[in-house]
Design a protein around this ligand. Structure first.
Ligand SMILES: *[C@@H]1O[C@H](CO)[C@@H](O)[C@H](O)[C@H]1NC(C)=O
Ligand SMILES: *[C@@H]1O[C@H](CO)[C@@H](O)[C@H](O)[C@H]1NC(C)=O
Ligand SMILES: *[C@@H]1O[C@H](CO)[C@@H](O)[C@H](O)[C@H]1NC(C)=O
Ligand SMILES: *[C@@H]1O[C@H](CO)[C@@H](O)[C@H](O)[C@H]1NC(C)=O
Length: 392
């Protein structure tokens, strides 16, 4: 009977979520194996080698928050999935325990770290903790501390928070990825009542909308500003194919980032921007929906991680859409991205959930699993379930 039930649910999963892999029963098993196989929470999985084995980095890295955030996302999956059979024998408390163990190891980073603008990503596990336990003072303090570090990087002449401290020493360097960190400022403003944080977030979004997006809706990866005047020194790429190309993960960050700032600020201009970015992305996808690492590169490597960031961003945009037609279109595109990516990149055998990530093609680092690709894979699936668009 149990077998039949889980077979039935697998069938409806294939039909409704339309993707094997997306809610695969192997996901909890693999996440747990990664948690147990790791050298400890002071070492953080970032990407895999070509055979799917995790490479670990030290705790002070920009991706450290993603693995614990994935453990929290799995705990969330237990809450929202009616079919417990496909979610493994572990309780929600066990997932939270693992997530907390990894998050606790990150607490020293709240007192300073080397990650520039990436404070929002570092805060993810604490943000997740607060969704479950809103009174957790340790997590509230962590969110406020990370927000202060980010806010201290704001420059009012440029109108943005500085992304990197390296690169051109004469430039104030901002990257499109930085749109992902603005939610942190809103969350902290909610705890402290400090409205300056909201104004910093909105100003950063306004500056990004004005300077990163080309007339055709494609995006630059990096903008170097003159800190004295706020003028633009240079627009360029770091990880993309060329300065004038659109690196797909950067573009995915921009879709998610503008959908999110619209959700938070409810300013119509942000919705318009998010739509424009999403429509550009969907217009450039090949019919297969296998997302290349850069839309303009003749070197064909996929990037499953960017695809999953885009899928999660499209679900958020669809959730917030005021137009019914757009809502249906963005949910549809997110589901198609999840299905296509599951079909070619879901890996039952690697330590990561997905293969076919491109960490950095110019640095010859591709055909890997990537920790944030896995995170957005689980997140996008969860959010589709919560939106009534998929069943697990
Ligand atoms: C996977 O690759 C790494 C280096 O890229 C190597 O050290 C390891 O032994 C390989 N593991 C397996 C199971 O082949
Ligand atoms: C509160 O959150 C912190 C940081 O995530 C965690 O270490 C701690 O275990 C949580 N406390 C409780 C009581 O759950
Ligand atoms: C609000 O946040 C900004 C940025 O971190 C800070 O400079 C300012 O002192 C804060 N204001 C208050 C009243 O705490
Ligand atoms: C996915 O990665 C494998 C190697 O890990 C490769 O053989 C395959 O061609 C890749 N698929 C796509 C669509 O890039």
């Amino acid at each position: 009977m149990m077998k039949l039930l889980s077979l039935l649910s697998t069938t409806s999963l294939l039909y409704l979520a339309s993707a094997q892999g997306t809610f695969d029963p192997l996901i909890p098993t693999k996440l747990r194996q990664t948690a147990l196989a790791s050298p400890g929470p002071n070492r953080s999985p970032q990407y895999t080698t070509a055979n799917g084995t995790w490479v670990y980095f030290g705790i002070d890295g920009w991706t450290t928050g993603f693995f614990p955030a994935t453990l929290y996302a799995q705990a969330e999956r237990l809450r929202i999935c009616r079919d417990r059979a496909v979610q493994g024998p572990w309780s929600q408390q066990e997932w939270l325990g693992l997530g907390r163990k990894w998050a606790t190891a990150m607490l020293p980073l709240t007192q300073g770290n080397g990650q520039g603008h990436d404070q929002g990503f570092l805060a993810f596990p604490f943000v997740e903790e607060l969704k479950i336990n809103p009174q957790n003072q340790t997590a509230i303090k962590a969110v406020n501390d990370f927000a202060t570090i980010l806010a201290n990087r704001f420059d009012s002449v440029v109108g943005a928070t500085r992304s990197w401290d390296f690169g051109n020493p004469d430039a104030f360097t901002v990257i499109i990825d930085n749109m992902m960190n603005l939610e942190l400022l809103y969350l902290s403003a909610g705890f402290t009542g400090n409205k300056t944080l909201i104004s910093i977030a909105n100003t950063h979004a306004d500056t990004s909308a004005r300077t990163f997006i080309r007339p055709d809706g494609g995006t630059y990866h990096v903008v170097e500003f003159d800190q004295a005047t706020g003028g633009i020194i240079k627009r360029r790429t770091q990880q993309g194919y060329s300065d004038e190309s659109t690196w797909t993960r950067g573009h995915a960050w921009s879709i998610y980032g503008f959908a999110n700032i619209y959700r938070l600020a409810k300013k119509e201009a942000y919705l318009q921007t998010a739509r424009r970015l999403a429509d550009y992305y969907l217009g450039r996808l090949p019919p297969s929906y296998i997302v290349p690492w850069d839309f303009d590169s003749p070197e064909q490597f996929a990037d499953a991680s960017g695809a999953m960031v885009a899928a999660a961003g499209l679900v958020m945009l669809a959730n917030e859409e005021t137009s019914r037609a757009n809502k249906a279109r963005y949910y549809g595109a997110a589901k198609k991205l999840l299905k296509a990516t599951s079909d070619f990149a879901w890996s039952p055998t690697w330590q990561s959930l997905l293969s076919n990530g491109t960490v950095n093609h110019p640095a010859n680092n591709q055909l890997t699993g990537i920790v944030y690709g896995d995170y957005y894979y689980v997140l996008a699936g969860n959010e589709l379930v919560k939106a009534g668009q998929a069943k697990c």
